[in-house]
Design a protein around this ligand. Sequence first.
Ligand SMILES: Nc1ncnc2c1ncn2[C@@H]1O[C@H](COP(=O)(O)OP(=O)(O)OP(=O)(O)O)[C@@H](O)[C@H]1O
Length: 583
Amino acid sequence: METFKRLKRFYWPYKSYFIWSLVALLGVTGMTVMYPIILQYTIDHAVLAGNYDLIPYLVVGLVVVMAIKGVTVYIHQYLGDLFGITAVHRLRNSLYEKLQYLPFRYYDNAKTGDLMSRLTGDVETFRFFLSFGCAQLVNFVLLVGFSMGVMFYYSVPLTLVTMAMLPFLAIVVWKFDKRVHPGFRGIRKSLAKLNTKVQENVSGVHTVKALSQENEEIHRFDHTNDDYKQKHLDISKIWGNYFPLMEFIGNLSAVFLLAFGGYLVIQGSLQPGELVAFFSLVWYIIGPIMNLGFIINMFSQSKASGERLLEILDEEERLDGANESSTMKRLVGEVSFNQVSLHYGEKEGAALKDLTFHVAEGKTIGLVGATGSGKSSIAQLITRFYEKSAGEILIDEEPIESYSLAQLRQNIGVVMQETFLFSSTIRDNLAYGRPEATMEDIIAAAKRADAHEFISELPDGYDTVLGERGLGLSGGQKQRIAIARAIIMNPSILILDDATSAVDMQTEVKIQRAFRELMKGRTTFIIAHRISSVKHADEILVLDRGEITERGTHQQLLQQENGLYKRIYDIQNQDQEYVLQQA
Ligand SMILES: Nc1ncnc2c1ncn2[C@@H]1O[C@H](COP(=O)(O)OP(=O)(O)OP(=O)(O)O)[C@@H](O)[C@H]1O
């Protein structure tokens, strides 16, 4: 119940739909119980007593009961659905909202397929329970209660004998629930794994094919699929073990009823019509009790789904830390790091150690170093994708935490090595950071990024729809779209993270030209492996295992004979000379 209590804020605001649906259900149950009562009256007071002129009235009565039942069933079902649908609409929105504000740390370990399955399958299971299962539980109580009431009215001893088996049935149902619940949680987990497998396979299709891993992938999928099948079979086994037992106990009640009820009729203490009505009524009790397995099933499934949804909702959100009144003013772009360190995890070593540097407004700083030396980690801290572990980061002489994340990120433009393009039009992709940008702004930015020409050559120009991974565009073209995207944002701080490493030399020249446009008047961090990308920077920091080992301008660094920068330069220069000689 704890799970449902904790999810209350999503469905309780719509309780009026649920309550009215239950009122209608009361009508449905009342009318259902009326059938055997009319039957009993017809047998005992019309047929056996010879009052045949009562029959037309009883028929009309039956039709009226049927009509009322029809209307109440409609109201009950419609309002029940409305309750579930509106509640999960709110739940789905909250989950999605949560995903927007979860820190990068969460996504480091999260699996897309698993998240997808929670936001679709688990939410749907929960909806089904709210719309249908919840009312079924109430229906069970009402139908059993009403039927028992009428049965006690007809004959107390016969009711008691008939009910003698019910405690046994209750025990079996309880045991069934104990076993079936973990099983359903397992199924949900296994389905999430299956989804993850498919999602990763589709996303990584290039790698799979390039490394000829199709057969291995099929084999791995089969393994996950087997696990899913096995989990279903386990649940089937539990059903198979318990369901016949429940049915047997239910049927025993009917046997007791016929034996003892028949005896009471022969004795004359029970009317034949009452026995017939009893027989109908007892099935109104046995039926729902046997159905209880199905309802519990649904309850267990929705509880398991609710737990998985709560796991997301309970995740700690990214704390903004800024005071509410922090304005959205434009930053100047002065950045200082004072003895900053970063540990990605408690158990992990320092990715950055005691870093101190200062970048004045509008200056360019180059970051070079071997892979894993901590270049990108600096960018992660400036954008607050991750939080520093120690030290102080100042932007415009204020601690970085004093700005709201939105303000900070609207002032920082990031162009990465891999550009993510959404599956919508080029125009929407360009204006993603500033949707209110006019078409003139977009075209002007594309021109400055050297992207206008190739966009204009596409069949639908700026309205060309891109595939999920920006299919149809080359690496360099995607890169230039990312640059135009950053120009539209008009940031005061710019981070170019290995932005030209994926393109050929000719494209690099074009992109470098676009970069120079973009960098004008902005504080820029260039993270690069190629010295050619950073040699014009005002200051270059050379990183080694999270520490700054050398710093200075290109010329100053080249003078350090045994320096790392000089070594990298020499190697790259030799490479270039070799390429030129070959050419
Ligand atoms: N999200 C993360 N979680 C845990 N560790 C990380 C994470 N990102 C980076 N690291 C670790 O931090 C260290 C610095 O990584 P970083 O990405 O900053 O290096 P880099 O110099 O940018 O490398 P590259 O040139 O290959 O991009 C590495 O040891 C890396 O494994």
